[in-house]
Design a protein around this ligand. Structure first.
Ligand SMILES: Cc1ncc(COP(=O)(O)O)c(C=O)c1O
Length: 385
């Protein structure tokens, strides 16, 4: 594996003065990937009419095939979308819900996706049922039991995160999908953090739909994400924007949703190449090990506890912030703003009656970054005490 950490930081345009330890929120596209995106833009603007009609359709399908090979799926079952939120919206807004139907979500589900569930449920008079994710340090069996306990005869879909946002848990997805399928419940996976944080084999997971981001851990340009739909789930599935392809099939509907800049999608193969150049699976394993080491280090320095460890953790980790007083959203927002002002982007979240600091371990990070973060966090905590 090539050298990582500081040795590869020049590959990104990241500010060296700022402590970037939050790859999980918005990713960061390396210079080589942005150059590939620029190249696509140049080709597009050189002959826009010819590009859109004669170059783009095949180039998009080629990018989907490359992505399919990377995530263990057929390219023909993959549509590019702008982000995981849009992918989840497409699935949820395509459902034909009846009054009293139920949608299962997780207590740690991402706010934007939970809002989408609420929206479609309210429109139909359906119910949102929450399966509790135990926290901190949950056990796989307890997670599975809570999801199984939330399913009923009225459940029309279960919306499950692959990797949770605020708590950074890598959920036991194969087992969750299997138990839902046994109960006859289709599964939409919010895989915003999945691709290139953990090895992905969508065929083996067997979910009905999987919405994944390429602009987070795969380091594609922002606005590159995908929706994978099992072949038997494509017929009644529509993009958020209906365009010329309406009624003509999954790819016809999703591949053209009006004129837009598709360069982020087309540069995604360059991001896959970059990820493989830095080690691919070995890089993911290295990031997971670094996140575990960093989480333990910060928990030790702050004399507190980690929220995740072992099989349920990936390239992110969370540490409880030892503060007295209210652990409200407002307090969390204030802490986040203070951390930003102090020169770092590590986010905070309210969970299980406490405020947690989340760290990410990307290729350009190394353990020194978290020593620095621990110092900054300790200073900020002294300020608010
Ligand atoms: C679990 C989860 N779902 C969805 C999203 C939204 O991703 P995007 O803004 O790319 O749609 C995020 C973003 O952090 C997330 O953590």
């Amino acid at each position: 594996m090539p050298l990582l950490g500081k040795a590869v930081r020049h590959e990104w345009a990241l500010d060296r003065e700022f402590l970037s330890v939050n790859h999980g929120s918005f990713g960061a596209a390396p210079r080589a990937v942005l150059a590939a995106q620029d190249d696509w833009r140049r080709r597009m603007e050189h002959q826009p009419g010819r590009f859109m009609r004669a170059v783009f359709p095949d180039a998009l399908r080629h990018a989907a095939d490359r992505l399919g090979a990377f995530v263990g799926a057929d390219g023909k079952d993959i549509a590019f979308v702008d982000n995981a939120t849009t992918g989840c919206n497409a699935v949820l807004r395509s459902l034909r819900l009846q009054a009293d139907d139920e949608i299962v979500v997780l207590s740690h589900g991402y706010g934007a996706v939970r809002n989408t569930v609420r929206h479609v449920a309210e429109r139909a008079g359906a119910r949102v049922v929450e399966a509790e994710v135990p926290f901190p340090q949950p056990q796989t069996d307890a997670i599975l039991a809570n999801i199984a306990g939330a399913l009923t005869k009225r459940t029309r879909v279960a919306v499950v995160d692959h990797i949770t946002s605020g708590s950074a848990l890598v959920l036991p997805l194969r087992q969750i999908v299997a138990l839902c399928r046994d109960a006859g419940v289709p599964v939409l996976v919010d895989g915003a953090h999945g691709p290139a944080q953990v090895p992905l084999d969508l065929r083996a997971i067997g979910a009905d739909w999987y919405a994944g981001n390429c602009h987070k851990w795969l380091c594609a340009p922002k606005g590159s994400a995908f929706l994978h739909a099992a072949p038997d789930r494509q017929r009644d599935l529509h993009p958020v924007t209906i365009s010329h392809g309406f009624g003509k099939g999954f790819l016809a509907e999703f591949d053209w949703t009006g004129t837009r800049d598709p360069s982020a999608y087309l540069a995604t193969p360059a991001a896959i190449d970059f990820h493989q150049r830095l080690g691919g699976e070995a890089l993911m394993a290295r990031n997971t090990a670094l996140a575990a080491e960093a989480t333990a280090l910060i928990a030790r320095r702050l004399n507190t506890e980690a929220g995740t460890s072992g099989a349920l953790s990936g390239s992110m980790g969370v540490v409880r912030l030892p503060i007295a007083g209210p652990t409200t959203q407002e307090r969390s927002t204030e802490l986040r703003a203070r951390l930003l002002a102090a020169g770092t982007d590590a986010p905070t979240h309210v969970l299980a009656g406490a405020i947690w600091l989340r760290i990410s371990a990307a290729a350009y990070n190394e353990i020194d970054d978290y020593e620095r973060l621990a110092e900054i966090a300790a200073r900020v905590l002294r300020e608010v005490r």
